[in-house]
Write a protein that binds this ligand. Sequence first.
Ligand code: TA6
Length: 323
Amino acid sequence: MPSYSALASASLADTPQAREASDLDARFGRPGAVAFRASALGGVVAELTAADGARAMVALKGAHVLGFSLPDFGDVLWLSPVARLDAVKPARGGIPVCWPWFGPHASDAGRPAHGFARTSTWTVLATQHGHDGTALIRLGLRGADIADRTVAAGYADLTATLDVTLGTTLRVTLTSRNHGSHPVAITGALHSYFAIGDIAVTTVDGLAGRPYIDQLDGGTLKREAGPVRFEGELDRIYQDTAGTAATIVDAARALRIVIANSGSRATVVWNPGPGKAARLGDLGPDGWRRMLCVESANAGADVVLLEPGAEHALATEISVQAL
Ligand code: TA6
């Protein structure tokens, strides 16, 4: 049973979120593929099930993929044991959607880090039960609907959709569209937290030779010599990674997680280590040892200029193999 399955609690009967979940289930539910539930963490979640037994969970708040599990490998994504959906900050784990900017806002330090998408409630636009046994949900967000006009200033003409497609892999696609008459610069990331056995015996392959911005060394540009290894906090924005796949090699769980990114030229790798994890306070005891972020991103020098009428898709596709 996936660790996050307890989040879907139909027992929250006669609560607003239970009524909302019931309404969504009637409109968008797909028997055997997509079901809506009230979440024990607050809010409504969609449970996706694929023919081969793969499972995923997506919260409407933040269009936040909270979990992804496979019958042969268990949990692929990590979710903090102390995650909350009803808090102001997004739940720690899963795949937070960083949009329409990554990290601090380029010109306004007063805006929230990683944009406003991950703390906004998205709308269910469509669901699908594919003939191939896949399950899909499409969620949408409009910049014009963001209540805090200061935070959303400059982005009112943008919309975003997030497609989550579950099969033997998990594919997540964030599509940005500019409906206005002026170009808008955006960055962003699918900020994936992966479940690993032990960061001390985990490496990331596929980034050797790539330049990276070392966020812990004043943004210095360096070059990766080989597999990425972890000895304390590590926070890097790898450049020129378009068309490549990063692979987490998890010796403790004897598996590799292949992360194929598209629509991005940057891959972010992050583990907080014990110090930052203690300061963040929402990873649970020793959580930092069992999680690793490898993110499909438009970050650093990888800025997307959305021309009027244009759209841009940022995607990540996650698969798992035995070592
Ligand atoms: O993607 C890495 C990073 O930018 C780190 O610097 C760290 O801040 C992490 O994201 C988590 O950010 P959050 O705002 O979710 O705590």
